[in-house]
Design a protein around this ligand. Structure first.
Ligand code: GH3
Ligand code: MG
Ligand code: MG
Length: 476
């Protein structure tokens, strides 16, 4: 049998609009004013009431209170429908006894979802403190205005952690390939991509598997945590709640809240309700977070590409200058050495002339790939010009640069382009090192590296020359 919904609404047009919306699923009865509402509610005992919050003289709020204090009507879920979106009005509505509120204009899917949830006893504001309602409303405002889902999730966990006074509150995403990633955490401001091993968290895996909330009020004795007892025994924690975050019937994550040890049996009804409400609020943001991150990484990729040379993917000339300036001042400030290595491919014109530009390009492309593998994370490799390259080696003296130069000569010798019939690629290499204040500018460092490279060219190519004042080289 269909459940009965009482619509209390002064505006006839609006009343009919609501009726049309609900008629397919519910038996709908109507009241046009507060008086009628009170008598019909008592007499017909509807399963749910949708109350007009905009009746004159705050009549809707008054009728709410009367219905909620009447013996025969107090248990009927009551939804306050109001055009007022100010926090105080909504809070007053909820304090008058309304179980939930909706704001006009009405959105059909939202109304149907809320009515359904209340009829199944799923939504509840009772038992929350006034501050909690205030916080929930503020969170929904932030959610509706912020375009950064990760920030939304971070705000949610921070506000809840503060409201409940817990050790940790996190929102985790559970991806289609079974990964559990921390998206926001109250005690870790920058979560990045922290991955959790599901087997270390039986409470989370149970929530995901059963699609049900897991509450553990004493972590020291609960049997569910037996497999990880040793791992958690020294951690400062006592109670935990894990609420699945669901989107279109599938689990997309969990809301996780854990208290520190003095807070025994901390998952009270209030905490339970708060966690459920915010888990629901988080679901859109969590879904959008993946999209958002993809967009950010694309943006970062595009930004990075403007610093790089298209053919070799090495940094371009301009970025090399930016970095050498930064690194030079860092070296001056911290008294660390800074080496600069220049190299120019020998007889590259011949490569082009004999085998064509396409082969020449392939050699340059392979050099780019090789250099990216050869150098450390902190080194900077750039295509300085056509077939001329530069490598900046922070915190590296001439000896370290010579070692790299040797590896570079070997790696160049290993470059193979099939059409080139075994032609070996060689380069003339020059090294200069800033150490102990031996230079006054980065331009000087570049000039010395360039000049020593030229010396290698002049003295027979395929060799390494180290600028004067640096340790002896290892030329062939
Ligand atoms: P050396 O040993 O004195 O350095 O002789 P070289 O032939 O390498 O030097 P030169 O400066 O005479 O010629 C450089 C050649 O590099 C000429 C130019 O066409 C080629 N080159 C520069 N940029 C590119 C590029 O992007 N692709 C190709 N395929 N060739 C390039
Ligand atoms: Mg050359
Ligand atoms: Mg050249």
């Amino acid at each position: 049998m269909k459940k009965t919904v009482l619509i209390v609404q002064e505006d006839q047009v609006f009343r009919e609009e609501l009726q049309q919306l609900l008629l397919e699923y519910y038996q709908v009865i109507e009241a046009a004013n507060g008086e009628e509402a009170l008598s019909i509610a008592e007499f017909r005992q509807p399963d749910l009431i949708i109350m007009d919050g905009d009746m004159p003289d705050r009549n809707g709020i008054k009728v709410c209170s009367e219905l909620k204090s009447g013996v025969a009507t107090r248990t009927i879920p009551l939804l306050l429908l109001s055009s007022s979106t100010t926090k105080t009005d909504i809070i007053n509505g909820l304090y008058s006894g309304a179980d939930d509120y909706l704001t006009k204009p009405i959105r059909s899917t939202e109304i149907l979802a809320r009515v359904d949830a209340h009829l199944r006893g799923k939504v509840f504001y009772t038992g929350l403190e006034q501050n909690d309602l205030q916080m929930l409303l503020e969170l929904s405002e932030i959610i509706s205005v912020s375009r950064n889902p990760l920030k939304i999730l971070q705000t949610i966990v921070e506000r809840i952690a503060r409201a409940v006074g817990v050790g940790r509150c996190s929102i985790l995403s559970f991806t289609a390939n079974g990964e559990l990633l921390v998206k926001a955490s109250s005690d870790l401001p920058k979560t990045g991509e922290i991955r959790l091993e599901l087997s270390n968290y039986p409470e989370i895996s149970t929530a995901i598997m059963t699609k049900k909330t897991v509450v553990i009020n004493d972590m020291t004795t609960n049997p569910l945590l037996e497999p990880v007892r040793d791992r958690i025994k020294n951690l400062d924690m006592n109670s935990v709640i894990v609420v699945p975050i669901v989107k279109k019937e599938s689990i997309i994550g969990t809301f996780f809240l854990r208290t520190a040890s003095p807070l025994k049996h901390a998952i009270t009804e209030r905490v339970y309700k708060l966690c459920h409400l915010v888990a629901n609020m988080s679901s859109n943001a969590l879904e959008n977070a993946a999209l958002f991150e993809l967009m950010l990484s694309k943006q970062r990729y595009l930004e990075e590409m403007t610093l790089r040379d298209g053919l070799t993917t090495l940094y371009n000339h301009q970025h090399f200058y930016t970095r050498i300036e930064e690194e030079f001042y860092r070296a001056v400030r911290y008294g660390t050495p800074l080496s600069c290595l220049f190299f120019d491919i020998d007889d590259f014109k011949k490569v082009n002339d004999r085998y064509g530009h396409v082969c020449g390009d392939e050699v340059l492309r392979q050099i780019g790939r090789m250099l990216n593998n050869l150098i450390r994370e902190s080194d900077i490799a750039a295509r300085y010009g056509g077939e001329e390259f530069a490598i900046l080696l922070p915190n590296t003296g001439a000896n370290g640069a010579i070692v790299l130069a040797d590896r570079l000569r070997t790696a160049l010798g290993e470059i193979v382009v099939v059409e080139m019939n075994g032609t070996r690629i060689t380069a003339s290499i020059g090294i200069a090192t800033f150490v102990d204040g031996n230079m006054s500018s980065y331009e000087q460092l570049i000039k010395q590296a360039d000049e020593t490279m030229y010396q290698s060219k002049m003295t027979g190519k395929d060799r390494v020359t180290v600028a004067a004042g640096c340790p002896a080289g290892v030329n062939p």
